[in-house]
Design a protein around this ligand. Structure first.
Ligand SMILES: *Cc1c(COP(=O)(O)O)cnc(C)c1O
Length: 455
């Protein structure tokens, strides 16, 4: 499989690049896939092999890999003003315009935006904002952060503490005061005989209990992805946000929507929170924000948090936080173009058009005896592999079933991602119907092959 000559790309990748979030036995066996370029939703490796990337890179390359408008917007801005910060009361005109645009397309009637380089930093920034408010309002003990198991919020020390995944224990995380509630995944977490409505009510009850146990005045905020992404594409149970938001409101706890994946069209609406019919107190955005063409994140504050943070900052004459590249002019120019492309050039429209076909494709996979659940929202979906469908028993961990499926897909020219025992699909918004057929055909082929090996 892998080219083992000393100067091969695979050997060179191994020699000097430290792999993150990579199954090392797989890469040792198969070699890294070293890519040279892309076209629409396809990427090409150094051996000239073509892959349909069913994950849009890492959820983010929604306009495909060769969108001329985005490259032009970046080039034009590099020629005009290639870099600047947003400190000391200075910022680029592009930054001003992007903030206006983000508030215009936000669910808020007014608000303010703070820029970062990534989704993790945006979550860290939001937590620091909440901690800053607590101190400033004379409630320094109000610091705890509530999230959910399987929620993914990033990798910096705070964002990793928010993330509800067991792998962070290798870093001695989470930090104190980060509390993970039950994942609202009815199929996996619901009890025998429990209806979905009862399950949702139990999620609300748990939240009430945690708030009572910890004390409402020790809790700074609740963060949730509208649909959990890296946790395995897990839509909330029916009525979940309608059940929890009133509880949070009653206790004065802000609800922050981590829209890093859902935001800008993934669920068929600009925001995942809109798709689930709630308005959060702030939004965390990244990934699609620049269609993956520039690293950038943003905290978008609703009116109440804007006013409170403005007052807190006025009191000490500054908000002492920011990154060197916050509000980078090229990133902002690219984001303005990406938003325009998604909203006005038919990308989000295409998500809506393709969604029924996507859902039907996922449902068809459920016919397979070793697929236990097919789930999703808009153009994000997953199928969950199981040893036994009736009891929902997973395959034995040592079989690495989802890794095998992903590797077999790669052999067939399809890139998709294993997550736990699930395989995730989140195609680019520019995908065509024939490309979607190709995606499902290749995945189906790989599933049949792997299940024949392990079942
Ligand atoms: C990817 C992701 C993040 C982290 O973003 P990075 O840019 O990788 O730091 C945060 N939240 C969610 C929901 C994500 O999917």
């Amino acid at each position: 499989m892998r080219d083992d000559s000393p100067n091969s790309w695979e050997a060179r990748a191994d020699a000097h690049s430290f792999y993150g979030f990579t199954d090392l036995p797989s890469v040792r066996d198969r070699g890294a896939v070293v890519l040279t370029h892309g076209q629409g939703p396809y990427v090409f490796d150094v051996h000239g092999r073509q892959y349909l990337d069913a994950n849009s890179g890492l959820w983010n390359m929604v306009a495909g890999f060769d969108h001329p408008g985005l490259a032009e917007a970046a080039k034009a801005q590099y020629d005009r003003f290639p870099g600047y910060h947003a400190f000391f009361g200075r910022m680029s005109d592009q930054t001003v315009m992007l903030s206006e645009k983000l508030i215009e397309v936000s669910p808020f009637e007014r608000g303010k935006v703070f820029y970062t380089n990534s989704g993790s930093e945006a979550n860290d920034t939001m937590v620091k904002m909440l901690w800053f408010l607590s101190g400033s309002e004379g409630k320094p003990e109000r610091r705890k952060i509530l999230t959910r198991k399987n929620g993914y919020h990033g990798v910096t020390a705070v964002a990793a503490s928010m993330t509800g995944k067991p792998y962070n224990s290798v870093f001695g995380l989470p930090l104190d005061g980060f509390i993970h509630l039950t994942c609202p995944h009815y199929w996996r977490e619901g009890h025998e005989g429990e209806s979905e409505a009862e399950f949702t009510a139990s999620m609300a009850r748990e939240l009430e209990e945690v708030i009572a146990r910890e004390g409402a005045d020790t809790i700074a905020g609740f963060f949730a992805e509208p649909v959990m992404g890296a946790g395995g594409v897990i839509p909330p149970s029916e009525g979940y946000f309608q059940a929890i938001q009133p509880i949070l409101k009653k206790h004065g706890i802000p609800l922050i929507a981590d829209e890093v994946i859902c935001g800008f069209g993934r669920c068929g609406e600009v925001w995942g929170s809109t798709a689930y019919d709630f308005v959060p107190d702030a939004i965390i955005s990244s990934k699609n924000l620049t269609a993956g063409y520039f690293p950038m994140g943003a905290v978008i504050l609703g009116p109440e948090l804007t006013d409170k943070l403005q007052d807190a900052s006025d009191a000490i004459e500054e908000f002492p936080h920011g990154f060197t590249a916050s509000g980078h002019p090229v990133g902002c120019a690219v984001a303005l173009k990406a938003i325009d492309i998604i909203l006005n050039e038919g990308l989000m429209e295409n998500v809506r058009t393709l969604t029924p076909k996507f859902e039907a494709g996922l449902q068809r996979l459920l016919d397979h005896p070793n697929i236990g659940e097919a789930r999703g929202k808009g153009l994000m979906g997953a199928v969950e592999a199981v040893r036994d469908k009736a009891t929902k028993t997973p395959f034995e961990g040592h079989l690495s079933v989802s890794e095998r499926i992903a590797n077999t897909c790669t052999d067939h020219g399809l890139i998709c991602r294993p997550l736990g025992q699930a395989v995730v699909l989140c195609p680019a918004f520019v995908m065509t119907e024939p490309q979607m057929d190709e995606m499902f055909e290749k995945l189906e082929l790989a599933l049949r092959q792997v299940f024949a090996e392990v079942a």
